[in-house]
Design a protein. Structure first.
Length: 438
């Protein structure tokens, strides 16, 4: 049995999986770009921005629990069914934010309802990303896994850019009072049709051939969290360490940056949104080329280049961003391009760390625990430290520290470029052999 789909079905698999990721990140893009309006609507007062960023962070609290539920379920019943379910939950929770009453109407109930929807969104996201990345990795040709897998992250940036762009457009079409009154609700409503389209696409996908091959085997090895935690601790810790670097950089650059520019160097909301939008578009254009390069040189060299580059350049580029709009664009684009080698290779690197029978659960658990602790909290931590210390360069040092942790984890990362993901052994090349658990 073939361990990858025919080329036409590979392209459909990539598009269907990426659509869900775009929906997920559309929510984060809209939430980040509307932080000021959400603060006015739900968290009036001197600590309002922190309240809104807490709403962002709290969506990550249930992501590990979502991963514990969706991951083993995806390893048991298949990737396709779980992916179709999670996208509906994500889109529904995002769309309902548009219908919430404000603090002026409902008092403290308003921010509580917002938090509830963010938790639901986080729980569903706990199974979304790991499932989409696993599905793409298992459905594509190992010789093109980096290039095709990079389109999952193209979906990430497309969703984020789409959310940011809609807010940016509304800011030009509506005045400040209109945005604070009703304009901020419009982008959240758009998530509902996006989710329905994504659900339709995913419901028509074929199951991953790698999963089907193992699932049909009479002696299928036992999976589940117990087996994962007992036999694959090295793999879990390696992925978790890489995700510390990945997500601190990700949520600092792509989510917190607009708020940072407005509050720290006093850009207008339009200027900040425009600058972030330019950087995201540049990153999206480069992503497929970076993914294709990883098929030629390997995943480990790409990650090493990115981690070392961010350690060296984060502090100088954040200093440069404080020198004005033009320099802020230069600094943001440079850091974004240094981050792309990580972003473009996630779906080729992370699923390949685990064997098939624990792949979804291993990815979902390690990724979401690390993301909850270090990713979704990054905007809140950055804003809190800057507020209390006035240390404007703290986000840069935070990114450097995270990349140092990632560099330690990189030392234990096995090279898997060009390696089949079929079977129940940990994928690896001869250059980085695996020690079987005892």
């Amino acid at each position: 049995m073939s361990t990858s789909l025919p080329p036409a079905l590979q392209r459909r698999a990539v598009f269907g999986a990426a659509m869900g990721n775009a929906t997920e990140w559309y929510d984060y893009g809209v939430y980040a770009a509307t932080t000021t309006y959400l603060t006015n609507a739900f968290f009036p007062g001197s600590l309002g921005t922190l309240g809104t960023l807490l709403g962002f962070a709290i969506s990550f609290i249930l992501r590990p629990f979502g991963g514990m539920v969706w991951g083993p379920l995806g390893d048991r019943i298949g990737r396709k069914a779980v992916m179709a379910t999670t996208i509906l939950l994500m889109a529904g929770a995002t769309g309902l934010i548009a219908l919430l009453p404000t603090h002026a109407v409902a008092g403290v109930a308003a921010p509580i309802l917002l938090m509830v929807l963010r938790v639901i969104q986080g729980f569903s996201t706990g199974g979304e990303y790991g499932g989409a990345a696993t599905y793409i990795a298992e459905s594509t040709d190992e010789r093109r896994r980096g290039r095709l897998g990079s389109f999952l992250e193209f979906g990430t940036l497309s969703g984020f850019v789409g959310g940011t762009a809609i807010v940016w457009l509304l800011q030009f079409l509506l005045n400040g009072d209109q945005m604070n009154s009703f304009g901020w609700r419009i982008p959240f409503l758009v998530a509902i049709p996006l989710g329905l389209v994504g659900w339709y696409l995913r419901s028509r996908l074929d199951e991953s051939p790698v999963f089907s091959e193992v699932n049909e085997h009479e002696q299928q090895p036992q999976g589940g969290l117990k087996v994962l935690l007992r036999d694959y601790r090295r793999e879990l810790l390696t992925l978790a360490g890489l995700v510390v670097a990945l997500n601190v950089v990700n949520y600092t650059l792509l989510t917190y940056q607009s708020t940072y520019l407005q509050n720290t160097i006093h850009m207008t909301d339009r200027q900040a949104t425009t600058m972030v939008l330019i950087g995201q578009v540049v990153m999206a254009v480069v992503l497929p080329f970076s993914g294709a390069l990883s098929d030629r040189v390997g995943r480990r060299p790409m990650w090493l280049f990115s981690l070392v580059g961010l350690i060296v350049f984060s502090i100088p580029m954040y200093w440069l961003m404080g020198k004005g709009m033009a320099w802020a664009i230069v600094g943001f684009v440079i850091l974004g391009l240094l981050y792309v080698p990580q972003l473009s290779t996630i779906s080729a690197t992370f699923p390949a760390i685990f064997p098939t029978h624990v792949r979804y659960a291993g990815f979902a658990l390690a990724y979401n625990v690390s993301t909850a602790a270090f990713g979704g909290t990054a905007p809140l931590i950055n804003e809190s430290i800057i507020d209390s210390t006035h240390w404007d360069l703290f986000p840069a040092y935070y990114m450097v520290g995270a990349c140092v942790i990632g560099l330690v984890a990189w030392c234990f990362l096995r090279e898997t470029a060009g390696v089949s993901l079929a079977g129940t052994e940990v994928p690896h090349t001869d250059e980085h052999p695996v020690v079987q658990p005892t």
